[in-house]
Design a protein around this ligand. Sequence first.
Ligand code: 4AD
Ligand code: MG
Length: 432
Amino acid sequence: MSQTFIKDLTQFVNQEVILKGWLNHKRSSGSITFLELRDGSGFIQCVVSKNDISEEMWEQVEKTTQESSVEISGIVSKHPKQEGVFELQVKNFKLIQQAIDYPISPKEHGPEFLMDNRHLWLRSKKQWAILRVRDVIITAINEYLHQEGFIKVDAPIFTPNACEGTTTLFPVPYFDEGIAYLSQSGQLYIEAAIASVGRCYDFGPVFRAEKSKTKRHLSEFWMMDAEGAFIEHEENLKIQEGLIKYIIKKCLVECTVEFGILERNTEPLKKVLEKSFTRLTYKEAINKLQSLGSDIKYGEDLGNDDEGLLTQDSEVPVFIEKWDKNIKPFYMKIDPEDDSRVLNDDLIGIEGAGEIIGGSQREDDFDLLLSRIKQSGMSEKEYSWYLDLRKYGSVPHSGFGIGVERMVRWMTGVEHIRECIPFPRTINRLKP
Ligand code: 4AD
Ligand code: MG
């Protein structure tokens, strides 16, 4: 008999199966022991009666501690009281490896202790649920983009220059070539690829030497950058809204168990699907913030509190578009209707999610782009390959980048972004 997975047990009621996994929790009352088993696909209670198994097996059951690995066979039965819940009536029990003094007990531990033990903490129910929601989000992104005609074309991680400003670059010695930088975003490279494949995206880790110690910043995080030829500002926003709604829909269908474990109230997520996202220009956003009591001035970037204020009464995410060009990167297209601003957007999620997406139409005019590169104090030579794209068949084009962990944080309702990536890297965390 081969291994059966807990998620498939509905098909095996009253049949014998073999389960393999780890002991989450054990509870005994006299001659009956209840083992909560975890196999990666789910959780199940296994009921062991001393009278039903051999004495040797019973001794092994008694020796089985939290996180010991085990192999159990038995008959699948419906839970006597809970609908849709199954149990295993154990017939055979094998202890594979006894875990002694597992450091994470059901009692409360501080975040530093848990982070130091991240390699073990990942096994806890809440972390299991987050990892699974993360996977559904990543799958949703890939599905949606393919439906919209984008193909995956990856960008390099070692890069010679900055995409998102020079202040958050991580330098790395690179053979005889001098210094390379870890990529902040693959955008510039997939802009090159659209002239080959039309619509494409990259998906990978990006790096920002962020000095900020917030609940929303990692120094290594995963980003999906999408880019499309002949896509202009309006269509860019439409694709972004479609993507967010697609992700939410898929999570609502596929993550019911996970949302239960996370105690996530999904009503606000359902409401997001019902309406169009709100839009404010940067100027309108500043005016609104000032009227709400913020001391922000025109020309300043929005802080965490500002993003919270702007979305506090909103049932849907808010696009803040057409920012002042002086606070946005060189590659954004100047708005033909108002040359003080660019055709870009930041998408702010609700429920305190903060900025989820940053996107823009790109400057496709050679001379304007060159002057923006020079104004930003960057070297024309370093960006000559990027400028080439405006020399040979330049077209209007747009794209955006979504921060995967920001989206995971919003969907799961988890407070801190460090729990939204398997092994977080922050200003003060490089281990394990
Ligand atoms: O807004 P950003 O900096 O945009 C870009 O990098 C563009 N080149 C994307 C593009 O147009 N293709 O970053 C995109 C998103 C943010 O909206 C946010 O969700 C996330 O990446 N992000 C971070 N997530 C975690 N930790 C950080 N330090 C982040 N910085 C940005
Ligand atoms: Mg941004």
